[in-house]
Design a protein around this ligand. Structure first.
Ligand code: 5GP
Ligand code: ZN
Length: 131
């Protein structure tokens, strides 16, 4: 079976926004917010935890550069940054990718909890009464 992200870096080169030695970035083609981007290793690897320290550095560098590019183009008010690590955590493409998700003031009624919204009813822990 082919891998869409391995193919993408060859067949859809024009979609690549930025790249460095080991990573490239693209805009997600099903964006959940304006500017939703993916930071993807050029080499096929399924897990963040398999990256070498050099690759992690490289990933961090491109994440920062893509953030600056998204800031400039879309001027968001915040970001969620996330990896779906494994099918049971929601990963659909088994080629590692970091989601860089711009957030805009008022884009949801109550953003408190951010990434905790994978379990919507547990997201806003500040509402729980602490005894
Ligand atoms: P996952 O669910 O694996 O964390 O996320 C896969 C992401 O890749 C989804 O947000 C999906 O919209 C995006 N995606 C899948 N195929 C393509 C593609 O061919 N091009 C682009 N730009 N994004 C893709
Ligand atoms: Zn791949």
């Amino acid at each position: 079976m082919g891998c869409i992200f391995c193919d993408l870096s060859v067949t859809k080169k024009d979609e690549i926004v930025l790249e460095n030695e080991h990573f490239f970035s693209i805009y997600d083609d099903n964006p959940i917010s304006e500017g939703h981007s993916l930071i993807i290793p050029k080499e096929h690897v399924d897990s963040f935890f398999k990256l070498s320290p050099e690759q992690v550095n490289n990933m961090y560098e491109l994440l920062g550069k893509m953030k600056n590019a998204v800031d400039e183009r879309f001027n968001p008010d915040g970001y969620n940054i996330g990896i779906n690590e494994g099918r049971d955590a929601g990963q659909t493409v088994s080629h590692l990718h970091i989601h860089l998700i711009p957030r805009y003031r008022g884009d949801v009624e109550n953003p408190t909890g951010g990434v905790r919204h994978i379990f919507p009813e547990k997201a806003d822990y500040t509402k729980k009464s602490k005894k």
